[in-house]
Design a protein around this ligand. Structure first.
Ligand SMILES: *Cc1c(COP(=O)(O)O)cnc(C)c1O
Length: 478
């Protein structure tokens, strides 16, 4: 399997795109084709998952994409990433029924170390990084900005790696108490938490400023783990298969997926599984009040918004108005025409692109299955209260966005197949909204019981790139 950019034709091995972010032409790396999976393979994978667990399934799916990593190596990287110790069970992503009519299911993607689905990709990414850095005998400094879930997930996954250091910028005082405790409670020399006097976008701008300084970047081997990394996408494809296999009674039953969406990463991985032949009906995309994607799929007009025009909502991990992974879907939509993709996203830089009269867009639902809707704060609070009252099921606000849109489409008859809704985080991460919905705080899972009382390790810095560079140089060379 080779990889190319959505804006060009360069043809690279997986190992050469693993540590990269954007391609040099500004596009995103994608596999040159989607490997096809037939019914017999699905039947075999069903047995593998049941008998040997998620790690084994991950190996089977990933070997189709990561063909330049030797089989034995890949198998042990998957075993290390998806162990029962890390995820609490061999199934890793268990699925439970919501109600008794078999129409709605919840896929639990949040049983990893930081209680959000990002752990599923990050645990594998850390294994792949260490493997490749060892092979090249080099090292890496991961520099990122986070509003919560990505940062803690990356730090937990990378904390014991010998060739990777992690510096995460966080907006001071703007993460939930649980998220702050998760990050600042880590006391490991290779991890630095930096609280910036500013908002998330300021943190993001500082990362960009540092990446523009190519001397600094090269001297300190600065890299990233953001959601455009192609290995993260491929890792997420595995649980589309794993959850489908737990719900579909046979190899031809079509199932829909409901995915709360921010950067379009999680839903894109279901799209990839569908392109590989997994019998998926609708891909239900839920946004919050930041509804750029819901508008695009309703109208064909894609109009990303600036961060100043992005609302702070009660599903904060979806407060995104420029979904970094959308380009990979558009590339498929325009039949993998990289010149057209490049032209469209250059237009978007200057405002918007319009596919409303384009045949490919008008055929989208039949060909790719995406149905998108927005959800509001009132919807998510009502949904959390509803599932607690009727099913004794406590869900987080992001999961509530997905379930709200899924139930709405099912009730309207727009989706008639059973739906797997992704549970993207546990309620403990977002206590204030849970309290508002049900009147009490969510219970703290046993494994996090001492988290809030751990001593904090965080450096306060002003919102200034030169100060940050001086601090990083000192930290990295100490
Ligand atoms: C990151 C995140 C999302 C959004 O996922 P994307 O892949 O960015 O679309 C949804 N819910 C939670 C809890 C998240 O952390």
């Amino acid at each position: 399997m080779r990889y190319q950019s959505t804006r060009g034709t360069a043809c690279l091995a997986f190992r050469d795109v693993l540590l990269e972010g954007l391609a040099a032409d500004g596009g995103l790396y994608v596999p040159q084709s989607y490997p096809q999976v037939d019914a017999a393979t699905l039947a075999a994978w069903r047995v593998l998952l049941a008998e040997q667990g998620y790690a084994r399934l991950a190996y089977e799916v990933l070997r189709l994409f990561l063909s330049d990593i030797p089989d034995a190596e890949l198998r042990s990287l998957c075993a290390a990433a998806y162990s029962e110790t890390v995820f609490g069970s061999q199934v890793v992503t268990p699925v439970t029924a919501v109600g008794t009519d078999g129409q709605l299911w919840l896929a639990h993607l949040s049983y990893g170390p930081t209680a959000a689905f990002k752990d599923l990709a990050m645990q594998l990414l850390s294994q792949l990084f260490e493997y490749e850095l060892t092979r090249r005998d080099t090292w890496l400094t991961v520099l990122g900005a986070t509003s919560g879930d990505t940062g803690s997930s990356a730090e937990e996954a990378m904390r014991s790696l010998s060739r990777v250091k992690v510096a995460m910028l966080t907006p001071r005082g703007r993460m939930t108490p649980f998220q702050q405790a998760q990050m600042y409670g880590i006391d490991v020399p290779s991890i630095a938490n930096i609280a910036i006097d500013g908002v998330f976008d300021d943190c993001q701008d500082l990362v960009k400023a540092i990446n523009r300084d190519s001397d600094f970047k090269a001297a300190h081997h600065i890299g990233a783990v953001n959601s455009i990394n192609v290995a993260r996408l491929l890792a997420q494809v595995v649980y589309a298969f794993a959850t489908w296999l737990q719900v579909a009674p046979d190899e031809t039953t079509r199932i829909s997926f409901a995915v709360p969406t921010g950067n379009f990463g999680d839903i894109l991985s279901v799209h990839v599984a569908r392109q590989m032949g997994l019998p998926v009906d609708a891909l239900i995309l839920a946004t919050n009040e930041n509804n750029v994607l819901a508008e695009f799929f309703a109208t064909g007009v894609y109009r990303p918004r600036s961060s100043a025009n992005t609302y702070a909502t009660s599903s904060p991990s979806m407060d995104i108005s420029k979904a970094s992974n959308l380009e990979r879907f558009i590339f498929d939509l325009v039949d993998r025409d990289s010149d057209r993709t490049a032209a469209l996203f250059q237009q978007a830089e200057h405002g918007h692109f319009d596919l409303s009269t384009d045949a490919a867009f008008r055929n989208q639902r039949a060909r790719f299955g995406i149905v998108a809707r927005a959800s509001s704060h009132a919807d998510r609070v009502a949904t959390i209260a509803h599932y607690w009252r009727t099913h004794q099921l406590l869900i987080d606000p992001h999961t509530a966005d997905g379930l709200h849109v899924a139930a709405t489409l099912q009730a309207a008859g727009e989706v008639t197949t059973p739906i797997i809704a992704y549970e993207t985080a546990l309620p403990i991460k977002f206590t204030a909204t849970i309290r508002e919905a049900v009147g009490f705080d969510p219970p703290t899972p046993e494994r996090f019981s001492d988290l809030l009382s751990r001593p904090r390790h965080v450096t306060d810095l002003p919102n200034d790139a030169e100060t940050l560079k001086r601090w990083l140089t000192h930290w990295l060379t100490a």
